[in-house]
Write a protein that binds this ligand. Structure first.
Ligand SMILES: CC(C)(COP(=O)(O)OP(=O)(O)OC[C@H]1O[C@@H](n2cnc3c(N)ncnc32)[C@H](O)[C@@H]1OP(=O)(O)O)[C@@H](O)C(=O)NCCC(=O)NCCS
Length: 205
């Protein structure tokens, strides 16, 4: 196995149909709906340099792409997919990191967000400094929310006037100091020190 991860380009457009098939099959297996993507749409993302592709030789391993909303004030890293043969090996984490870095480079002032019910995405985004937020903090671009039409829970979203649903909103705001590094530091360094200084017997009678 020799997986390489690239910023996709026009040379990768032949992978677009397999990427869409993989997204569709995975959504079926999870029993969720997805925003519909056509091979042409995915190919456009590749040509525009707004996608990350992972390949093992000529075998498709994974993919994700960037979408911008609300006059480029918001960016979403969408369509994250890893081929079943390559899951649980840290591949999604690497692709997420790359698409996040690419988004920061192409849209340095945009807020990056996602909505998800998936634990894997929640974990990875949290590591990158995303915070959970209500939908009111996300884009109000109708085009983005139209993507929810294919989801089996869209009736819940509509009933709540697009203000809440089963997904959690996750937001990275470039204008807010990323406290995640500080909280990791607190976890690794401060907590053990506090623990050492407050032995359990202090609380015993
Ligand atoms: C979700 C998906 C992208 C994960 O890919 P992967 O390469 O197996 O993920 P990784 O090995 O990089 O794991 C990243 C983290 O997510 C966790 N994770 C991975 N799959 C998980 C799952 N099914 N349930 C819960 N956590 C999961 C891993 O434990 C890891 O967390 P850690 O850093 O705390 O150990 C892959 O299963 C997939 O393509 N699924 C179908 C499409 C999908 O659900 N996309 C997300 C759309 S919102």
């Amino acid at each position: 196995m020799n997986v390489e991860i690239f910023v996709a380009n026009a040379n990768h457009i032949d992978f677009a149909p397999s990427i869409c098939d993989l997204m569709y099959e995975s959504a079926q297996a999870r029993g969720t709906g997805i925003a519909k993507r056509s091979p042409e749409y995915v190919a456009e993302k590749m040509k525009a340099g707004k996608a990350i592709i992972a390949l093992d030789g000529d075998k498709l391993v994974g993919f994700s792409y960037i979408e911008s909303w609300g006059h480029k004030k918001f960016v979403a890293n969408s369509g994250l997919i890893v081929h079943p043969d390559y899951r649980n090996q840290g591949m999604a984490k690497k692709i997420k990191r790359k698409i996040f870095d690419l988004s920061r480079k192409l849209y340095p002032n945009a807020k990056i967000f996602s909505i998800t019910t998936g634990l894997a995405v929640m974990k990875m985004n949290t590591e990158l400094g995303f915070k959970p937020v209500p939908f009111s903090e996300l884009t109000d671009d109708e085009e983005f929310w139209k993507g929810c039409q294919g989801c089996r829970n869209v009736d819940i979203l509509q009933r709540n006037n697009y203000k809440m649903c089963l997904c959690t909103g996750l937001l990275f705001d470039p204008n807010v100091k990323n406290e995640h590094a500080a909280s990791s530091f607190a976890k690794k360094v401060v907590k053990p020190v506090i623990k050492k200084k407050t032995p359990n017997k202090m609380y015993k009678k």
